[in-house]
Design a protein around this ligand. Structure first.
Ligand SMILES: [Zn+2]
Length: 327
């Protein structure tokens, strides 16, 4: 399988995130990438693309004012006399239209949590990630499987909001840029709320997600079974879920996605379903991932795999490599 990566994605290197009442060291560390690169073998750099081409692709899934915030937030932060990572602290829960100018108001209007810090290198890393995504998408559209080593993750980013380590929604951008009937399969531990918000009601796209029950786990406000309908299927699973129950849910998701006759499969793969993941509570083992990859591959269509979560850094590479081997 052809794999794509751009070293410019390393420029996004958050120091901390705020949850459970305290600042914690960031879980989405750059070392995650080194673990994956060491395990999957040779990777290709994407061909160069103009910034306008990358922005046009991102703009298929995200609003112009949100992309402008991502591009300008760190500069405004510094201009306001701040140092360190950019984080919001106030949120307009009623989303009333306002003319927002202060950086803190703009951040709050485009975020739903305090887990997506922005630093000086975030925007350039996101543009580089978009290039990686489009290079891998080209391979999949041409009929082969491909892996985009996307980092930071993307599936929590919605049409005009960031959160959960996510800024640009790789899976949604790929689906909307592909020109193909697309099945999106989200196999991260956490519900792909941003993807769901972007693709709900979109003709020619189906979205199925296996994830921890939002009654117990982040992102809490999306992903219940009752939220299924139309082109969305949510299959929440209890904490402690191991291979057999997970594989059965995956088979069900695959059957539902196949009903729509997809020409392309986009997998949001998160290895935070791993039994040793430090922030999650499923019990998938490294050896299981090859079988799960084979189950996903049974859909029988060209597939683009993007990386979402997975925070057991030492095991992440082996878990990703095992999943890819299933294809
Ligand atoms: Zn996750």
């Amino acid at each position: 399988m052809r794999c794509f990566w751009d070293d410019a994605q390393r420029a996004h290197a958050p120091a901390s995130e705020f949850f459970n009442g305290a600042l914690h060291p960031a879980a989405d560390v750059v070392e995650r990438v080194d673990s994956v690169l060491a395990a999957i073998g040779p990777v290709e750099a994407p061909p160069p693309r103009s910034e306008s081409e990358l922005l046009a692709a991102a703009g298929r899934a995200h609003s112009a004012d949100y992309l402008d915030l991502l591009a300008t937030a760190h500069g405004e932060w510094v201009a306001a006399g701040r140092s360190g990572d950019v984080l919001p602290y106030a949120f307009p829960v009623h989303r009333r239209p306002r003319t927002l100018s202060r950086i803190d108001a703009r951040l709050g209007a485009h975020a739903y949590d305090t887990c997506a810090p922005i630093m000086g290198g975030t925007w350039s890393a996101l543009l580089a990630g978009t290039g990686v995504l489009l290079a891998a998408l080209d391979v999949a559209v041409a009929g082969s499987h491909a892996f985009a080593l996307t980092r930071p993750p993307g599936h929590h980013a919605g049409p005009d909001y960031m959160g959960g380590y996510s800024y640009l929604n790789w899976a949604a951008i790929a689906a909307l840029a592909s020109g193909k009937r697309t099945a999106i399969l989200d196999l991260d531990y956490h519900h792909g709320n941003g993807t769901q918000d972007i693709v709900t009601g979109r003709e020619g796209i189906r979205f199925a997600s296996l994830h921890a029950d939002p009654a117990t786990d982040y992102p809490f406000f999306w992903g219940s079974a009752e939220e299924s309908g139309g082109n969305v299927l949510n299959l929440p699973l209890p904490r402690g879920t191991a291979f057999a129950a997970y594989d059965a849910a995956l088979a069900r998701a695959g059957e539902w996605l196949a009903e729509d006759g997809p020409e392309l499969l986009v997998v949001s793969f998160g290895a935070d379903t791993y039994e040793g993941d430090p922030i999650s509570h499923f019990a998938i083992q490294t050896g299981d991932y090859a079988r799960l990859g084979a189950r996903a591959a049974a859909l029988g269509v060209p597939t683009l795999i993007v990386l979402e979560g997975g925070y057991a850094v030492d095991a992440l590479g082996d878990n990703v490599a095992a999943f890819l081997s299933g294809f």
